[in-house]
Design a protein around this ligand. Structure first.
Ligand code: C2E
Ligand code: CA
Ligand code: CA
Ligand code: CA
Length: 276
C-alpha cells in the first residue's frame, strides 16, 4: 500500500456495499480482526519547529488490513468500534503495541489516541501502567491524546480522575483537534494539559485567512502562559511551516514532513527530515 494514502482507502470508492450491509460486515469483521492480527499501527513524525528540524516523537495511527477490503482508514472503523464497545480491547492493543514499538525503536515519545469510552468501567490507568512496565518505557515518553468528546461522555468523571493519575505518573496529556469544538478553551481549566494539538482546519488557512492566523497566534500565546506546548496538525506547505515557526509554535506534524508510515520506515523518514 502506498503510504501517502492515495489509492489505499478503497472501501468507499467501489460503492459495492450499501451503508447498512457495510456496517454489518465491518462489525462482524472487527470481532475477528484483533485475534487475526489485522490491525497495524503507522507512525507520523512530530517535528520541532524552532531550531533545526528534529523528530521529537511520533503519533500512532491505527489501520485495519481487512482481508477482503484492503487497508482501511480509522474513519471507516473507529467510530463503529466506539459505538459497539469493541474499541475497548482494540484500544488496549493499540496502547500496548505503540508503547512496545516506541521502546524498541527508541522514539523520543509516542502519542496515542484514546477514545472517550476507554475510560469507562475503570482499569485504564492499570492498562497504561502495565503497558509501560512490560515495555520498559518511561512514562514521560508516552502522550495520551484525548478530544473534547471525553468531557461530554458519560464516563467523563472517570476520565478526569484517570487523567490526573496519569499526569502524576508522568504521562503527558494532549488535547486533540483543538479549536474544532465549541468551548475548547474551557477544558483547559479542567485538565492539566501538556500539549495542545491545533486542528488541521485551522492550519489549512492560516496563510490566506487573517482571522485564522490571529486565532492560532492567540492560542500559542495563551498556551505559552499556561506552560502548554502547541503542536500544529496537518502542515502541508513551507509557507504554513514558516508562519507557524514565526508565531512561536513549538511542533508541527503533517504531509510536509511525512504521512504516517509503518514502524520499519520511521528511521528512514527521520533521517530525511533531520537532514533538513
Ligand atoms: P487525528 O488524531 O486528528 O489524526 C490526524 C489525521 O490527519 C490522521 O488521519 C493523519 O494521517 C492525517 N494527517 C496528518 N497530517 C496530514 C496532512 O498534512 N494532511 C492531511 N490531509 N491529513 C493529515 P488518520 O490516520 O486517517 O486518522 C484519522 C482519525 O482517526 C484520527 O484523527 C483519530 O481521530 C482517529 N484515530 C486514528 N488512530 C486512532 C487510534 O489508534 N485510536 C483512536 N481512538 N482513534 C484513532
Ligand atoms: Ca490525534
Ligand atoms: Ca488531531
Ligand atoms: Ca483531526
Amino acid at each position: 500500500a502506498k503510504a501517502d494514502g492515495k489509492g489505499t482507502w478503497r472501501l468507499f470508492e467501489h460503492g459495492l456495499y450499501d451503508a447498512a450491509l457495510q456496517r454489518m460486515a465491518l462489525r462482524t469483521g472487527l470481532d475477528r480482526a484483533l485475534a487475526n492480527g489485522e490491525f497495524e499501527l503507522h507512525y507520523q513524525p512530530i517535528v520541532e519547529l524552532q531550531g533545526p528540524p528534529r523528530v521529537a516523537g511520533y503519533e500512532a495511527l491505527v489501520r485495519w488490513r481487512h482481508p477482503q477490503l484492503g487497508l482501511l482508514s480509522p474513519a471507516a472503523f473507529v467510530p463503529l468500534a466506539e459505538e459497539t464497545g469493541q474499541i475497548g480491547p482494540i484500544g488496549t492493543w493499540i496502547l500496548r503495541t505503540a508503547v512496545a514499538d516506541a521502546a524498541s525503536a527508541g522514539f523520543g515519545y509516542v502519542s496515542v489516541n484514546v477514545s472517550a469510552s476507554q475510560f469507562s468501567g475503570g482499569g485504564f490507568v492499570e492498562t497504561v501502567r502495565g503497558a509501560l512496565s512490560d515495555a520498559g518505557l518511561s512514562p514521560d515518553r508516552l502522550v495520551v491524546e484525548i478530544t473534547e468528546t471525553v468531557f461530554l461522555h458519560e464516563a467523563s468523571a472517570d476520565a478526569l480522575a484517570d487523567l490526573e493519575t496519569l499526569s502524576l505518573l508522568g504521562v503527558r496529556i494532549a488535547i486533540d483537534d483543538f479549536g474544532t469544538g465549541y468551548s475548547s478553551i474551557g477544558y483547559l481549566r479542567d485538565v492539566q494539559f501538556d500539549l495542545i494539538k491545533a486542528d488541521k482546519t485551522f492550519v489549512d488557512r492560516i496563510v490566506d485567512l487573517a482571522e485564522h492566523e490571529r486565532l492560532l497566534r492567540g492560542i500559542v500565546h495563551v498556551a505559552g502562559t499556561m506552560g502548554i506546548t502547541v503542536v500544529a496538525e496537518g502542515v502541508e506547505t513551507v509557507a504554513q511551516r514558516d508562519l507557524l515557526r514565526d508565531m512561536g509554535c513549538a511542533y508541527a506534524q503533517g504531509f510536509l514532513y511525512s504521512p504516517a508510515v509503518p514502524l520499519g520506515q520511521t528511521g528512514e523518514v527521520r533521517a530525511v527530515i533531520e537532514k533538513g
